[in-house]
Design a binder for this molecule. Structure first.
Ligand code: CP3
Length: 363
């Protein structure tokens, strides 16, 4: 254990030792030394775990997100099983959008499906601001989890305006984001009005989670990699920056993540992140040069590698831990979410391996 608490502080401003604010995960996000490289996995709650499939058997996805006891149990499952350094709240990026008044469902095997896609000014008006009471189940789940987790940090999250806009405009998952881009290029004013509303919903949703006690937040702009850097800067960055700036005084690290974002890494950092998530296409030392020395990185094992023989997994994990040493802070993760067919035992072994490879003697 390290005894250095420089820069860590309890919520009342008093420095203190221990607790999630002094965990290896939060320390790495803050670019402070810690006992080992922390590790968690995007989409660790659910998917590959039999205990998750069992508990979710007869509960639709959106409904499970609205049951605090169920959310608590599912969020804790990967922490118990793998010994990951952080929990991530079990929810979905469309939960606050539904709370904002958009009629949508999460369809098994497909993902979010929106009853009436958002394509006109009148449609944008249907997206109402949200307050704590509209998502009280999230507030309650976070409080239950913080009490259960002890020193293990809980990560809150939300979808970024571009990724949310894509689901709303397309009406569901899309490979090309063609309708989304058609609106963005064809009616920039409406596009900005849509993203400004979504940014307020996202910010309010993250604020509820911060006020309830999460130790970090991750803004998922999963599909931002569909854009050029110039278009990202023009149409998307100001809205994501509004969300991240709105949390600058929250006292928790802000992680900003997208897929296929090699060309956007610098801009995604500039949007106001403390940690930039990197997918598997960009080595972490290269990513660090693009992002700069004042931000930590998170990533970046290809989730498909977990389906390969252990020798392959091991050598890729070694490479990533080594390349992560070039960054001023490294949170080990996958480059995108856990694939449902992943053997959970491989995830447990990866956690142990990352800890072993990165163990540092106490300061
Ligand atoms: O994977 C990412 O890119 C992260 C961002 C994101 C989430 N949901 C966060 C999430 C995105 C893009 C979504 C949309 C979504 N929601 C999809 C993808 C559809 C597409 O376009 O390809 C899907 C399938 C859903 C529905 C959903 N969300 C289910 C069925 C589940 C539970 C189990 C599972 O399959 O993962 C979720 C949970 C979820 N979505 C979490 C997060 C951060 C919970 C935390 C976790 O699982 O660790």
């Amino acid at each position: 254990m390290t005894t250095d608490t420089t820069g860590t502080a309890a919520r009342d401003g008093e420095p203190r030792r221990g607790g999630p604010a002094d965990s290896p995960f939060v320390r790495a996000c803050r670019r402070e030394p810690g006992p080992h490289t922390p590790v968690w996995f995007m989409r660790q709650a659910g998917r590959s775990l039999p205990e998750y499939r069992e508990i979710r058997a007869n509960v639709p996805m959106l409904e499970s997100c609205r049951r605090p006891e169920l959310v608590t149990e599912i969020t804790l499952q990967p922490v118990r099983r793998h010994g990951v350094d952080a929990a991530i709240l079990f929810s979905d990026i469309v939960v606050p959008v539904a709370a904002a008044g958009i009629d949508l469902d999460i369809v098994p095997g497909t993902g979010p499906v929106v009853a009436e896609p958002v394509r006109t000014a009148a449609d944008v008006e249907r997206i109402k601001p949200i307050a704590r009471d509209d998502v009280s189940y999230v507030d309650e789940a976070v409080r239950l989890l913080v009490a259960e987790l002890g020193d293990t940090p809980l990560i809150g999250f939300a979808g970024a305006p571009f990724t949310l806009a894509s689901y709303l405009v397309e009406g569901g998952p899309s490979r090309t984001h063609a309708k989304t881009k058609a609106l963005m290029y064809g009616d920039p004013e409406l596009w900005h009005a849509l993203c400004a509303r979504l940014a307020e919903v996202t910010l309010a949703f993250l604020r509820v989670q911060v006020d309830a006690g999460v130790s970090a937040v991750q803004l998922f702009d999963s599909w931002a990699g569909a854009l050029s850097e110039a278009d990202y800067r023009r149409y998307v960055l100001p809205h994501s920056a509004h969300v991240l700036a709105g949390l600058a005084d929250a006292g928790v690290p802000r992680i900003h993540f997208g897929v296929g974002t090699a060309e956007l890494l610098g801009a995604m950092g500039e949007a106001g992140a403390d940690v930039v998530g990197v997918d598997w296409r960009t080595p972490l030392d290269v990513a660090t040069r693009r992002i700069g020395p004042d931000k930590a990185v998170q990533g970046n094992l290809d989730p498909a590698v977990l389906l390969a023989p252990w020798e392959v997994v091991e050598s890729q994990v070694r490479r990533i831990v080594d390349q992560g040493r070039a960054a001023p802070g490294h949170v080990f993760n996958l480059g995108h979410g856990v694939l449902p067919e992943t053997d959970p035992e491989v995830l447990t072994r990866v956690v142990a391996l990352v800890h072993e490879l990165s163990a540092r003697p106490a300061a």
